[in-house]
Design a protein around this ligand. Structure first.
Ligand code: ATP
Ligand code: MG
Length: 428
């Protein structure tokens, strides 16, 4: 017996009509980004492993546990990208496109070796946006305004909330981390093994721990906010002011640090309580990365801010809240039925092409089943067809075409040369 080969754990197939919902959401997002002058960039899925380590941070969850690393035939270490920004910056440096005031978006699969659960997969998709060369808080606000508009268009504003924070400069964080480590060392008996390990590798990540006892402990910990430089504080205040001016609701969460090392100043996440039990899940996260380009290149300097939407989580939320009404009652507009397997097929080919040329948006399928009419109609209904067009020898002899409306259960016989005219009345 042949062994059934299944997909890799945590990697999924998506079937119609889920793909239809997916496409609709993608179109809404991409049209909105286009509306703000963002341009698409397509990036490889596989990159050299060394690219990610330095950019994302050696002691982050992604690098420590989640990398999908493989070796090619020459024993080169390659990694399936866990996120988009690092590859984006690699491309910017490689092509020398440091122009200021540029805006980009990308869309595609990311890979992380995580324990799969609802909304957490090993292959998942992100639509990300990145802007280069702007330091004004207005560009930070622009990104938040765009994403906020997306939630409005997708009708999920009430199921999602925005948290923002400022984490200062890398220097501020270094000073703070020293003090935080001292505090955590003194209180290490309150930490579980996993968090104990992070004291010297990534103590900031302990800040967004979900454990109640750790949250309590952190009430007495030194606060990053007390270590921030004046400029960062000022920029953050300005951003809050712009968001208020634009009537965008947000909460300041001083424990929000994000899972990647390259961020500075502004960080933000949109979360929802509607997916899965327990903790709120992040749908979209991002922040400023003013030192990343410099860290990844020899002396090139530019600044940036970006964010990424997790498509599977967004789609889950839209499905759970039923926020986007898609008309899936009919999936086919016209189901063409040739009644016999002979020259009628050529006739139906010609007619099918003619209708498609006149109605490029209609979904038209030709049946080659050659069963009796009753069985064909059952098929048409299975396909969720709205109309059927039937052509048999009798119709050809009389220059007629039968159009059957499967919803109103009505049938009209029309002369062949009036077909397009009649269809225009139906599909106006
Ligand atoms: P989390 O805390 O949930 O692990 P993260 O901080 O690792 O998220 P980011 O690196 O900020 O996530 O990625 C941006 C978005 O991509 C997330 O908000 C989420 O919507 C989505 N995402 C991240 N990891 C996964 C995954 N394994 N499966 C599905 N979506 C994911
Ligand atoms: Mg993660």
């Amino acid at each position: 017996m042949i062994k059934k080969i299944k997909a890799i754990h945590g990697m999924h197939d998506y079937l119609y009509p889920d793909t239809l919902l997916w496409k609709n959401i993608e179109n809404i997002i991409q049209n909105t980004l286009n509306n703000y002058g963002y341009q698409e960039i397509k990036l490889p899925i596989l990159e050299k492993s060394e690219l990610f380590k330095k950019a994302i941070g050696e002691y982050t969850d992604i690098i420590e546990k989640e990398m999908y690393t493989l070796f090619d035939k020459n024993n080169n270490s390659l990694t399936l990208r866990p996120e988009g920004t690092t590859g984006f910056i690699r491309a910017i440096i490689e092509h020398n496109i440091f122009y200021n005031n540029r805006r980009f978006w990308y869309n595609g699969p990311m890979f992380r070796y995580e324990r799969p659960q609802k909304g957490r997969y090993r292959q998942f998709n992100q639509i990300g946006i990145e802007t280069l060369g702007l330091k004004s808080p207005y560009i930070d606000a622009e990104i938040i305004i765009i994403i906020n508009n997306l939630w409005k268009k997708l009708n999920i504003t009430n199921n999602i909330f925005l948290e923002i924070n400022t984490i200062g400069s890398l220097m501020d964080r270094d000073k703070y981390v020293k003090k935080l480590i001292l505090f955590l060392e003194k209180n290490s008996h309150f930490l579980d093994l996993n968090n104990k390990k992070k004291i010297y590798t990534n103590p900031l990540r302990i800040l967004d721990s979900k454990h109640k006892s750790i949250k309590l402990l952190l009430n007495n910990a030194p606060k990053l906010q007390d270590f921030l430089n004046e400029k960062s504080i000022k920029k953050f205040k300005k951003l809050c002011e712009i968001l208020k001016f634009m009537h965008i609701k947000f909460n300041i969460n001083n424990y929000l640090v994000r899972g990647l090392d390259y961020y500075n100043d502004i960080v933000f996440e949109w979360k929802t309580n509607n997916i899965g039990k327990g903790f709120s899940k992040t749908i979209c996260g991002g922040g400023r990365y003013d030192k990343l380009i410099n860290n990844m290149s020899n002396g090139k300097n530019n600044i940036g801010i970006g964010c990424a939407i997790g498509m599977e989580r967004l789609i889950l939320l839209i499905q759970i809240t039923k926020s986007l009404k898609l008309n899936t009652k009919y999936l086919i507009d016209i189901f063409l039925i040739p009644m016999e397997n002979n020259h009628i097929l050529k006739k139906i080919l010609t007619i099918g092409e003619l209708i498609r040329k006149n109605f490029p948006k209609l979904r038209i399928i030709t049946s080659y089943l050659f069963k009796n009419l009753k069985k064909q109609i059952i098929q048409a209904n299975k396909y969720k067809s709205r109309f059927i067009i039937i052509i048999g020898q009798k119709e050809i002899n009389n220059n007629l075409i039968i159009i059957k409306d499967l919803y109103f259960k009505k049938q009209i016989n029309i002369p062949e040369n009036k077909l397009i005219f009649n269809l225009k009345k139906i599909f106006k």
